[in-house]
Write a protein of this length. Structure first.
Length: 442
């Protein structure tokens, strides 16, 4: 039996440690089954005929492996928007993303005017210690120009085994000549959680994705707040899940559990009723009962929606913002030896009240819409799951997605500032704090 891993994905994320197994299915000689199998074999013969004709007659000689990969990917992508094939390279990259750590330098980069620009160096990493600065333009790696490389290609060259050296040549504002920086790679942990104290009385926690480091990052943030915020002044917490595309199921459960004392967090239900699972909270609220406001928008998907749905159904937090993406399906990552892996949709997930948010999203308790700049209008809306071709259907009242715009400057962030005002009592709303008994599944 192959070991597989259960995850929730909003974009491209990897496998968690939760093991499952694929059971082989035996087919017996019932007439209906025999007829079905015969038709299946005829279709497979059709595939073989087309494959051989392409190999023999295509205008250029194709690679057999590419033909097979394309056929497999076509089969999977035809099921729904989230099932797909990953070759070995893509599978490895996915595992790196979800593990949250890799051998590298510790810099955040992006393409800027066709150049690889440093957005910042992560604290206490080789790049930060070596003096890499934000806005540095990387021009050469080990003396070789990276002009013409994609961002992913440049990043791949900068990553590598721990304790191996690399030399960056950067163009720096104010420096007449290129600056050469020698760095020794080390283990880099992707920061999925960032936090800060707002004023002197509110803890702000931003979770950008759910990887293997997320719960530990959340716990560290809460511990830091205990040291930085006077208990008599602490008004509560803002948990910002906006534009968080999802990630690992076990981390979404752990983050939800951090704020809940008891009750169901989420359930998953597949085609086989025997494979249904329920995940429950354990005693212990790390926020010690303080008020929580969860921010969501059209870019909040999958694992983000699990957390928002669990805290909303249990009346532990008030959800503020706009309708979330609506991705309510579970993908299982099935490794294929050295040939990569497949990502297959195997179940739907349900909030504690028994609701499926597939193609419907989490509806916030308090709707708050950002003011959209003129140059962004029309570009800020996400289609949501309901707008994706081939998505899993969920009744006649589908509606998901909304604006995914978040201002870069916090002073312009209407949703965040509304949340801060609610926690401080400057503004009031009937839905904050949440009241009434928590919902539970029937």
């Amino acid at each position: 039996m192959r070991k597989v891993s259960l995850v929730l994905v909003g974009a491209v994320f990897g496998a968690s440690a939760a093991g499952m197994a694929l059971q082989p299915r035996a087919f017996f000689g019932a007439p209906a089954e025999a007829a079905g199998n015969a038709d299946t074999y005829r279709q497979l013969n059709l595939f073989g005929d087309v494959f051989e004709r392409v190999r023999a007659d295509y205008v250029e000689k194709p690679e057999d492996s590419k033909l097979i990969e394309s056929a497999v990917n076509g089969m999977l992508s035809g099921l729904d928007p989230h099932s797909s094939f990953m070759d070995a390279k893509a599978f490895k990259e996915m595992q790196t993303q979800t593990s949250g750590e890799f051998g590298g330098l510790g810099i955040e980069v992006q393409m800027f005017e066709n150049q690889v620009r440093v957005e910042g160096a992560i604290d206490d990493t080789p790049a930060a210690r070596a003096g890499v600065r934000a806005k540095d333009i990387i021009t050469h790696l080990d003396g070789q120009s990276i002009s013409g490389l994609s961002l992913n290609q440049a990043v791949e060259k900068m990553r590598g085994p721990v304790n191996t050296p690399i030399e960056l040549t950067v163009s720096r504002e104010g420096a007449a000549d290129p600056v050469k920086i020698k760095i020794v790679r080390d283990i880099i942990r992707i920061r999925s959680v960032r936090s800060n104290v707002e004023g002197e009385d509110i803890g702000y926690i931003r979770v950008s994705q759910f990887n293997q480091q997320t719960f530990e990052g959340l716990k560290k943030s809460l511990d830091d707040f205990d040291q930085k915020i006077d208990k008599s002044k602490l008004k509560g917490y803002v948990l910002d899940l906006r534009n968080n595309p999802g990630g690992l199921l076990d981390q979404a459960i752990a983050v939800s559990d951090a704020f809940l004392e008891r009750g169901e967090i989420v359930s998953t239900r597949g085609r086989n009723p025997d494979e249904s699972q329920r995940f429950n909270a354990r005693p212990g609220d790390l926020a010690k009962g303080k008020p929580i406001i969860v921010l969501v928008n059209g870019g909040s998907a999958s694992a983000s929606e699990i957390v928002a749905g669990a805290l909303q159904d249990h009346r532990r937090a008030t959800v503020l913002g706009t309708r979330s993406f609506g991705k309510g399906s579970v993908q299982t990552i099935i490794p294929l030896g050295g040939n990569g892996a497949i990502r297959l949709t195997t179940a739907r997930y349900y909030t504690p009240s028994g609701k499926s948010i597939q193609a419907k999203g989490i509806v916030p308790d308090i709707e708050s819409v950002q003011e959209i700049p003129e140059d962004v209008k029309g570009k800020d809306e996400t289609k949501g799951e309901a707008g994706l071709k081939g998505h899993l259907k969920n009744g006649d009242d589908e509606a998901s997605g909304s604006s995914a715009y978040v201002p870069a400057d916090k002073k312009d962030d209407k949703q965040l500032n509304y949340a801060l005002d609610l926690l401080r009592g400057i503004q009031s709303n009937a839905n904050f704090p949440p009241s009434g008994k928590s919902s539970s599944a029937n």
